[in-house]
Design a protein around this ligand. Sequence first.
Ligand SMILES: CC(C)(COP(=O)(O)OP(=O)(O)OC[C@H]1O[C@@H](n2cnc3c(N)ncnc32)[C@H](O)[C@@H]1OP(=O)(O)O)[C@@H](O)C(=O)NCCC(=O)NCCS
Length: 197
Amino acid sequence: MTAQDARLSRINNKTPGMTILSAAEEWLGSRSFDGEIRQMRQEDLPLIEWGCEYLRYRRVYREVFRNSLNGKSILWVAVTSTGEMVGQVFINVNPTHAYKLIPSQSMLLSSFRVKREYRGCGIGSSLLKTCERCASERKIGFLWLNCSKSNQNALTFYRNRGFEIFRSDPGDWQYIDHNGNIRREVDPAWSLCKRID
Ligand SMILES: CC(C)(COP(=O)(O)OP(=O)(O)OC[C@H]1O[C@@H](n2cnc3c(N)ncnc32)[C@H](O)[C@@H]1OP(=O)(O)O)[C@@H](O)C(=O)NCCC(=O)NCCS
């Protein structure tokens, strides 16, 4: 086990909603993340819009949050000590449409992102480890996600953390934006999965 793995392991052996302050400070060195990873709360909903950048997904996020209240999803956020929302990942607990492709119960990750100025500080790795721990605790065999084919940085990030491509996805979906208009986004993606022990 590498030193980084050992630190990640210590961080992620904590309980859900744990603060990663002290371990993260040690881990991140000069670019320390003075904050916590915790489950999302209703009052966080405006903050995950990152100003106007993700305003168009307001209704989608509200729906996902409602799902989290009845156990269909688990939403993790990374928040600085000053309350700035700097990262997030959503877990869909029961994505039945994956069963034909992945031979086990699985969890689907989505909306995974870290604010640009906080990238490379280990926050993404910690969010991912948190998801892996969630899956492991529930005896879920696989995590999977879709990643844009043009997003080489993220593809490398996932592959370096044990994810493998298992199919091509058209990445064609529709949603209703904050103004009530139907929007379509097409972004061809790779689906990647990782076995969780
Ligand atoms: C991919 C992402 C979530 C990783 O979060 P992060 O906090 O930067 O991740 P970490 O600091 O734990 O790890 C950094 C690793 O990601 C890589 N990386 C990917 N994109 C990066 C970026 N824009 N800036 C810095 N590092 C990046 C680094 O090379 C590093 O790789 P390595 O440790 O395997 O050598 C984040 O870069 C991000 O939000 N990217 C834009 C949104 C996105 O692509 N989301 C995924 C959609 S499927």
